[in-house]
Design a protein around this ligand. Sequence first.
Ligand code: ATP
Length: 438
Amino acid sequence: MDKIVALCKRRGFVFPASEIYGGIANTYDYGHYGVLLKNNVIAQWWKAMIQDRDDIVALDSAIIQHPRTWEASGHLAGFTDPLVDCRTCKQRFRADHLQELECGRKPSVHPGEDPQCDLTEAREFNLMFETTIGPVKEAGATVYLRPETAQGIFLDFKQVLQFARRKPPFGIAQVGKSFRNEITPGNFVFRTLEFEQMEMEYFVPPDQAEYWYEHWLDERMDWYVRLGIERERLRLRAHDADELSHYSSATSDVEYLYPIGWSELEGIANRGSFDLTQHAQYSGERLEYKDPQSGETYVPHVIEPAAGVGRSLLAFLCDAYDEDEIGGERRTVLRLHPALAPVKVAVLPLLRRDGHPELARNVYEQLRRHVKAEYDDGGAIGRRYRRQDEIGTPFAVTIDHQSVEDGTVTLRDRDTLAQERVAIEGLERLLQDRLAVE
Ligand code: ATP
C-alpha cells in the first residue's frame, strides 16, 4: 500500500487534502491523472449500465434531501457505529474494530489491552454529517449530507416510472458524492469522509428478486474482470444473517484482495420492498407499480449493486501495479486496462532538434483528436518512457531521424516492450484498434 500511495503522490494521482494546513482526516484530492482515471472508471460503469443494455436509466439527485428521507430510510435511527473513548490516550475507536486498531499508547498493541487503557462503554454514533438550511442555526432546519446516493433514487421512483415509461424489471442508476463521518483510519482512499458512489437500484416483480440478485452478482464480478482485475484476487462473500442490514434479505460483497487483505469493494443487496414501502408510508405517496394490462398492483423489490469509485480506483491501481527490470534497471509500471489508462498514447520526439519536435507535435495534434494523448519532450527518452509506464500509458510513439525521412515512427508497447516501426499514416486507426475495449 505504501508503494501505491507514494506513486499516487509522486505522479499526482491522489494526495492528502488541505496539506498546507497539515491535512484533514481521511480526505484526499485527485490530481490530473487521478481525475482522468476516476472519470474512466465512472465512464465504464455508465457504459455497463446504460450503453450495453437498455433497461436502466440515469439519474442525478440532490445531495441534500428532505430530512424525513433519513427517518424513513432508517438512517437517522440506525446508521451508527459503536464507539469507545479512551480516557488515558484521549483517542476514539470503533468498538467492533479494536483488534485491528492501534492503541494510542505503547506498550499496548490494540486499545484496551494494557491496564493503563481506560475505555468508556460503547456509544452509538451516527455517521451522517449534519448541517442547517437557513442563516440562523437555531431557527433553521437540520438537514443531512446524504450517506448513500440510493435514497434519492427511491424518492424519484414515481417520476421516473412516468417519464421513462418503464415497467419492472428496470433500473435507475446514479453516480455521485456521499458523505460519512467515519472515524476509523482510512487506508488511503479505501475509507474516506466524502466519496463517490456508483449505485443502481433495479426494480423487479417480487417473485423475480432471487433471479435478478444472482444476475447482478455475476454481472458485477464480470465487470471488474473485463476491466483487467485478476479473478483470483476477487471473491463474492455472502453476509451472514447477523451481518445483514435492517433492510436486506440477502447481501453479498464483492471483495478484492487489497494489500490490507480481503476487503469490500462493492455491496450487492436484495433490499426487498423495504425502501419503497417506508417512503410510501412517510410521504403518503403510492410508490408501487400497476400493470396496465393485468391491473395487478405491487411494490417492486429492489436489487442494488453499490460500488465506491475510490475503492474501485484503488483496486484497479493495486492490481495494475508491477515492478520489473529493463536492461538491468528497475521500472514501475501500471498495467492498467487501456479503457482505464488516463493517457492512451505518449508522443515523444527523440531529440529536441532536427525537425523531431515539429513532426512530433504534428502527430500529437492528429492523435489527440481521437484519443487522450500527451506530448513530452523533457529529458532522456528512457526517463520519459519510465514516466509514461508509471502512469500506465499503453503506447508510446517516438519520432526520430528516420521519421523525418520516411514518415514512420516507433510504436512501443508498455507491457511487451515490443517496438515496431509503423507508418504515421494509419497510426490513428492502428491505435484505435489496439485500444478497443473488448
Ligand atoms: P464498510 O463496511 O466498508 O464501511 P459499507 O458496507 O458500509 O462499507 P455500503 O453502504 O454498502 O458500504 O456502500 C457501498 C459502497 O460504497 C462500498 O462497497 C464502498 O465501495 C463504498 N464506500 C462506503 N463507505 C465508504 C467510505 N467511507 N469511503 C469510500 N468508499 C466507501
